[in-house]
Design a protein around this ligand. Structure first.
Ligand code: FES
Ligand SMILES: [Fe+2]
Length: 328
């Protein structure tokens, strides 16, 4: 995982007040819960006393109680009570659970993966999505590294093959460009924009990105590091994916179908139809993408890439620079 970034790893609605949710994300076991004010806590799922999973415990007001010996921890991970020492004894300072910096925005729970800071950059999002839009979410598990799943969403060459009977219909196998650009809006922000110009092969040579006219429309696809992607189908229709890393071999995909139909029953119907079509398309991808070797891509893994793969190369270059700390 690239350090010092926000990652969308859960949806807020998955952590209901009064419930304890144990998950694996970023290769670590974590426990999520809320205090009585509804404030979210995300911490290591391991009691510092003798290693029991806190997710097997229970909530006692504003604390989570370990099921083994009843030690209680607040949302910051500070131990507030060691029952065996009595309620009038201050718990030892060393009894502290690692708690992760989190932010809840746009219905996602973002985790800060890196060194704690006094001030954090904004959580990555697509400001082009108006607040008036609503969404339905589909979750699906992919057995591969999250960056393979991201690369698949930047892969314009695969469309007429994997999706020959859905979004890649029409046999547009020839890949002009594509045009891929990078933008940054604040320190540490990296946004990829992608325009797709696939067409029927009638014997013409594919145009290089430099031969393509300047795009006169919004990008078809956008990716914002660490892990969110948008397909701009129309102003009132978008697909957003958060690629939540479970560990190096597993990814949980949160696929959101954004639309503008707010009338109750129609809204559900739209969400259902949108999620069904997302499921069909992403399962077409999943079947193939999970077979890629090695699981974790990089710049130097020996793949023989072509012109149409340029967005993937750009993604890998930025990823590598961020990992090596060479990019702001
Ligand atoms: S292991 Fe958690 S209180 Fe003992
Ligand atoms: Fe695909």
């Amino acid at each position: 995982m690239i350090p010092n970034q926000w990652y969308a790893i859960l949806e807020s609605s998955e952590i209901k007040k009064g419930k304890i949710v144990g998950v694996t994300r970023m290769g670590e076991k974590m426990v999520a819960w809320r205090n009585t004010k509804g404030e979210l806590s995300l911490m290591a799922d391991k009691c510092p006393h003798r290693g029991v999973a806190l997710s097997a415990g229970k909530l006692t007001g504003d604390c989570i109680q370990c099921p083994f010996h009843g030690f209680e921890y607040d949302t910051t991970g500070t131990c507030k009570l060691v029952p065996a020492n009595g309620k009038n004894t201050e718990p030892p300072k060393a009894l502290h659970v690692r708690s992760y910096p989190v932010r809840e925005e746009h219905g996602f729970v973002y985790i800060w993966w890196g060194e704690p800071r006094d001030e954090y950059p904004p959580a990555p999002w697509f400001e082009s999505i108006p607040d008036t839009m609503v969404f339905a979410t589909l979750k699906d598990h992919w057995a591969n590294h999250y960056s393979r799943a991201i690369e698949n969403q930047l892969d314009v060459v695969h469309l007429p093959f994997i999706h020959h009977n859905t979004i890649g219909r029409g046999n547009r196998t020839l890949v002009n460009g594509p045009i891929a650009t990078e933008e940054s809006h604040w320190l540490g922000d990296h946004l990829l924009n992608l325009w797709v110009y696939n067409e029927l092969d009638e014997g013409q040579k594919p145009k290089k990105p430099s031969e393509m006219p300047r795009p006169d429309r919004r990008p078809f696809l956008q990716f914002r590091y660490g892990n969110i992607w948008q397909n701009w189908i129309a102003d009132g229709l978008r697909i957003v994916v958060a690629f939540a890393p479970i560990d190096n071999e597993n990814t949980l995909m949160y696929l959101r179908y954004y639309h503008t139909v707010r009338v109750p029953v129609l809204r559900q119907l739209m969400g259902w139809i949108g999620s069904l079509s997302n499921l069909v398309i992403e399962r077409q991808d999943r079947r193939v993408v999970i077979t890629q070797q090695p699981h974790r891509p990089d710049l130097d893994i020996g793949e023989i890439l072509i012109q149409g793969d340029s967005p993937i190369v750009l993604y890998r270059k930025i990823r590598r620079a961020l990992i090596e700390g060479k990019k702001d």
